[in-house]
Design a protein. Sequence first.
Length: 526
Amino acid sequence: MDEHLIEFSEALRTVAKALRRAAEGKASAQAEAAEWKRRYELERTRNIQMERKVSGNNNCEMLQHWWIRSSLDNAMDMLRIMLPCLFFWEVGKEQNKRIAEARMAEQFSAEKNGDIDCERVKNSDNQSMLQNESNEYSETGCMKHGIWSHEVLRDRESDSNSNADRNKIMRKASFKLSWWCNGENGDQHKHDIVSFERGNITTAERSSKQISLKWESDPQTVLILTKPNSVSVRILCVQMVRWLRERKKLNVYVEPRVKVELVAESSNFSYVQTWKDDSEISHLHMKVDLVITLGGDGTVLWAASMFKGPVPPIVPFSLDSEHFKDCLDSVLRGPISITLRHRLLCRVVRDAAKNEYETEEPFLVLNEVTIDRGISSYLTNLECYCDNSFVTCVQGDGLILSTTSGSTAYSLAAGGSMVHPQVPGILFTPICPHSLSFRPLILPEHVTVRIMVPFNSRSPAWASFDGKDRKLLAAGDALLCSMAPWPVPTACQVDSTNDFLRSIHDGLHWNLRKTQSFDGPRDRDL
Ligand SMILES: NC(=O)c1ccc[n+]([C@@H]2O[C@H](COP(=O)([O-])OP(=O)(O)OC[C@H]3O[C@@H](n4cnc5c(N)ncnc54)[C@H](O)[C@@H]3O)[C@@H](O)[C@H]2O)c1
Ligand SMILES: Nc1ncnc2c1ncn2[C@@H]1O[C@H](COP(=O)(O)OP(=O)(O)OP(=O)(O)O)[C@@H](O)[C@H]1O
């Protein structure tokens, strides 16, 4: 009995193997056939285009001979390739072969009969989808309706179908990719970065591309922002204001504090402009062509925080900027490489709010928003959601939601990755989590992160924005954070990537290690 069972199971295994091989043969034959068909169609389209060109010469007879000959050559080539494929195909399904032969015959005879008039083909009752595509392709150079992929021959549904049905072919399921936005009035600015060609997805444009700024009219007005309480900054500021006004004939804006300092230095600086209150600051972006910062990273953060909407290009100067004239000359002339630094839009929603839109004044951060335990000695307890999905509960000192620009600041100190500033995304970095497995995350740019202080939390939490403006988050309060539509354009010294690498080498001494000495054991000694 056992022997019979073993024999039977062996037989079954053999049958299964044969079936699998047949299925694999069919799949590869189908793939190969589809590929050759695609090439055939491309060639055919090219021929139609060439024919159109030649017909301009009114040499119809020559054209017809040439066309028929090249079509025959193509068809023969295709047949040569298709025959072995069809053999395998037959193993799988006899009907596929019949459809393919019919299809080939139809194409072949159409070509042989010199059926090369695009309009005629287009209007023909028996037009095939293939011919339609061909016409569309040759007329427009691209697909008109949606995104198509390679065509494949369709299994015949039933033998009783009409000839027209039998000869029908089916394309690989066509599809369209579109951006998902938060409704029509969503605050996310999107643009197409993906292009489609015959169903193959290619990224045409990526936001991490190097961007170049070319002035279309000469800049007229410059705003200079300076780090306070620094003698070297004050000296540099005086020189720069003078040069910009006297040599470049530009209008110069400074902060009220700096104007007082300048006028105290010399009454000649009375031409320097400033503002009286915050409402004037909100209109600055409409007057200022360029912002110059004299200071470090903190001054750039300060500059960005002054613009609650669009930000003019920022040229950051460190304190040792001896060559500011050459540098500003080339910036004012353009073109310059810029880095578009993404910002995060942060809104606090109180427990008492009726809905998510009832928020306090939003904050825009260039580095990060931090939610921490403040002066409380208890662990934070923060519930985190990404769109509507629960992410995790942060129990530790807190959480940093950082931009990629801010990835080299606090987030880095808390163990987050350093990310090129042109990469769009939100870094989700815990601060001293009380768990061994809480690794930092990087979330995509389009999400909204929601951090909530649960009602069972032992203490409130504190949110701070680029290290400033602390806000208390009580139980039930939440912080919403998403990518802001207004990036901060900063001028590069060389280009985005070069500047980023230089800043992590020079500023952070990234991977600085003494070079290993030459003397010592070598591979050949082993
Ligand atoms: N443990 C930490 O590393 C820590 C703690 C608190 C705040 N910070 C950072 O300080 C920032 C505020 O800066 P500030 O100048 O107003 O305060 P600050 O004067 O205390 O300077 C903080 C330091 O962070 C550096 N820094 C700021 N942004 C940076 C960036 N994007 N890449 C690399 N280094 C950066 C500055 O150069 C400065 O040396 C916050 O946004 C936060 O990222 C860091
Ligand atoms: N125009 C300004 N008005 C008020 N505060 C400012 C201004 N510019 C900078 N700050 C603040 O001064 C502090 C120090 O500025 P900044 O980081 O530029 O100097 P730094 O610490 O010497 O530079 P770094 O450490 O990045 O080399 C920051 O907290 C910043 O917010």
